[in-house]
Design a protein around this ligand. Sequence first.
Ligand code: SAM
Length: 344
Amino acid sequence: MQMPNDNYTGLRMTDLIDPFGRSVSYLRVSVTDRCNYRCVYCMSENMTFLPKNDLLSLEELERICGAFIRRGVKKLRLTGGEPLVRRNVINLIRNLGSFLDTGDLEELTLTTNGSLLAKYASDLIDCGVRRINVSLDSLKVEKFTSVTRWGKLADVLEGLEEAKKVGLEIKINAVALKGFNEDELDQMVEWCGKQGFDLTFIETMPMGEIDQQRTDQYLPLTLVREKLEQSWTLDEIDYKTGGPARYVVIKETGKRLGFITPLSHNFCEECNRVRLTCTGKLYMCLGQDDWADLKTPLRKDSTDKSIMCAIDEAIGRKPKGHDFIIDRTQTGAAVERHMSVTGG
Ligand code: SAM
């Protein structure tokens, strides 16, 4: 592993390379574990959230992000929980946006359920955000409420309208769920085409205990793709966003369609990311329990020397990959934490 070549005083240092030679250039930051929705595959209805006192302040989150940027991270994604429910999150986004102005960061983006976009879309554009991912699993009012437990589709549609109006590029993320939205997937492709949105389907991942059996929800995207191919022409393309999705272009709509397949095809060989939680835990793999504490070194010294050492140590044990399984013999969670802890 390469070691940083200065005494952590603020000069640009060596990039982060893991033991498998993969360069870590992408940090996802869960700014809160709280959410205004309770999606059935993501959370149980009665979630216990982290005590507010355990959370890093927005300034501390910014300091950790800054440390990663100095180590070559080029892309930051804020997620959650729902990132836009964290009080004053726009201040953090604005400060992180200044790294775009200097060219140290190439992209600042977020994943949101869209419910608060009507309020925040123009702030996001002002802060330098250009693309966002919006999670939306059904276009049917009742189904949407049943999957989110508490959500209103109208809020998300209004948010999307506003986001479009201010010029944000939008990708819709939909978790493909057996017996739930599998009959709507064609309609979603068509709707996204009309709206000018890219779309990505995601396989449900066994993260955290929920109130249902994962096997009842799991819909392999190999089947989804076969079904879509009966109605649409899927043209292979070599488009990469630095994420795990494999993309095609839908010839009839001209929009991209991505497939994220952590179960039917794992994508770890190209993994370029690590994930920070709102309490300062760094997860080196979404599908493993190992984490590194960045909060203690962050608070220990103000020069960032300790945090840089902790980051090096963590990247030095980034695992080769995850091994999610959902089958009849292994129906429990592969990792204990919910997706809302580390963000999607
Ligand atoms: N609240 C934001 C949102 O709704 O996009 C960000 C956090 S949410 C945890 C991020 C993404 O993870 C969403 O697209 C959600 O559908 C997805 N997700 C949550 N739990 C999942 C699971 N068990 N398997 C697959 N995707 C999951």
